[in-house]
Write a protein that binds this ligand. Structure first.
Ligand SMILES: [Zn+2]
Length: 175
């Protein structure tokens, strides 16, 4: 069975509160050896730390401020500097536990960039979250296999080796 690291999952989301143990068991059953648990923003941080305490060998915490922030009633908006004010102290305080900074990035989808300076705000937020830790930015294994015209197992093995290089703390928790 191939070994996988899920390098980007929002297991701290409230959607997983009901059945997280089953989700983790299913993931392990298909070869997932661990998950980098990424945040949207500071509201996720405490739950992500709790998951790491409960599943230290499987749920690996990442703190960051996503370029698109959720609002009540299912709406979203672009990140602002104010969103970072609460997050950066958390990142600083818990950096020794973090496997990466994330989720971070840029998202210029027009519906999220409704104000003139939204793109600049996102760029600013990304710059302010650059640290020595790796950054967690999403891309899918299947997409890489397709554009590189390689079989999925080969890509998965290369990603496994690269993951161990990029996220060195994983070596200490995966046997
Ligand atoms: Zn994400």
């Amino acid at each position: 069975m191939p070994k996988f690291i899920d390098s980007h999952a929002h297991l701290g989301d409230s959607e997983f509160v009901k059945d997280l143990p089953e989700v983790i068991e299913r993931a392990k059953h298909v070869g997932v050896r661990g998950v980098l648990v990424v945040a949207i923003g500071p509201a996720d941080f405490e739950r992500i730390l709790n998951l790491h305490q409960i599943y230290p060998d499987f749920c690996w915490p990442c703190f960051g401020v996503h370029p698109v922030q959720n609002l009540p009633k299912g709406e979203s908006r672009s990140v602002t500097d104010e969103d970072l004010e609460e997050s950066l102290p958390w990142i600083h305080e818990h950096h020794d536990k973090l496997f990466a900074i994330g989720e971070v990035g840029l998202d210029f989808t027009p519906r999220f960039c409704t104000v003139d300076d939204a793109k600049d705000r996102q760029r600013s937020a990304l710059r302010k979250q650059q640290r020595n830790e790796p950054s967690n930015i999403h891309i899918s294994c299947e997409y890489i296999a397709k554009i590189k015209k390689m079989d999925l197992d080969t890509v998965a093995n290369i990603i496994w080796e690269n993951t161990l290089k990029l996220f060195p703390k994983i070596r200490h928790v995966v046997k």
